[in-house]
Design a protein around this ligand. Structure first.
Ligand code: MLT
Length: 265
């Protein structure tokens, strides 16, 4: 399994395909496996790097607190090691929060943005308090507490009704994340800044994708984001929830392929 030593920690990543470099950033409580349906299907157009963020999957679990800026610095270090000057950043949900932090710090390293099922706003006070409540439950019960808190909201109604086996497969993968890393990520999400002010300054082509049944970051949020970013387009994926890329991979990949094709033309 390839790994890179960055900022004193070990990051596990997969690298596959040929073409424009795309750095895939997973959400919470997920891992680099989230992007399997993209890495394979887009292998003829994208050189995909799918990484486990610090504290997830096989990557190191350093002491917290974690911050979005810290995840972004790790990813910049990974691009340096791979000799990639500019990449398309594709982030889903928490991965989108990391992509915003990356763009804010290193805009010259970004060739395009794919913001999937994410939001630009910071947490409300209620959402923040809820994250700290989940942290307490993880401290008492371990990873299971995070998976139980998040799993019901991640999938759209269509997937929950028609594909319970997909929900179960992903639940098992989520359970492989270490509790300490999940606590660090919840803190980083709770303390992340609002990015509304960043949107008008984003100068790279941007694809905003959202599942039409996404209850965590609903289509209206995606619409606002796409309206706020100068060169953005919005694609709403039917019959998909918050994990649109695994719930409806064909439609998701079609939107990404069209976006990448325009970038390389
Ligand atoms: C995620 O999917 O990364 C999380 O649900 C995002 C969040 O809780 O804000």
């Amino acid at each position: 399994m390839p790994f890179a030593t960055v900022n004193g920690i070990r990051l596990i990543y997969d690298i596959r395909g040929q073409g424009i470099p795309v750095l895939w950033i997973h959400g919470f409580p997920l891992g680099r496996w989230l992007w399997d349906p993209q890495v394979e299907a887009l292998g003829d157009i994208a050189r995909s790097i799918a990484v486990d963020l610090r504290g997830f999957g096989g990557s190191s679990v350093p002491e917290g607190p974690y911050m979005m800026d810290g995840y972004a610095a790790d990813l910049r270090g990974l691009l340096d090691i791979l000799g990639i000057d500019r990449a398309v950043l594709a982030g889903l949900s928490m991965g989108g929060y990391v992509a915003f932090a990356f763009y804010a710090a290193y805009p010259e390293r970004v060739r395009g943005l794919i913001l999937a099922d994410t939001r630009h706003q910071a947490d409300t006070p209620e959402a923040r308090a809820n994250r700290y409540a989940v942290i307490e439950r993880i401290q008492a019960e371990g990873t299971r507490a995070a998976v139980e808190a998040f799993l019901p909201r991640l999938f759209g109604g269509t997937t929950q009704r028609e594909r319970p086996e997909l929900v179960e497969t992903l639940r098992r993968k989520m359970m492989t994340n270490p509790a300490a890393g999940l606590i660090g990520a919840l803190q980083a999400m709770a303390e992340r800044p609002d990015r509304t002010g960043l949107l008008p300054s984003i100068q790279v082509p941007t694809l905003v994708i959202v599942g039409e049944e996404d209850a965590v970051t609903p289509p209206d949020v995606g619409r606002q984001m796409a309206e706020g970013i100068p060169h953005a387009r919005l694609v709403v994926i039917p019959r998909a929830g918050h994990l649109a890329n695994v719930e409806a991979p064909e439609a998701f990949n079609e939107a990404v392929r069209a976006f990448l094709q325009e970038l390389v033309e």
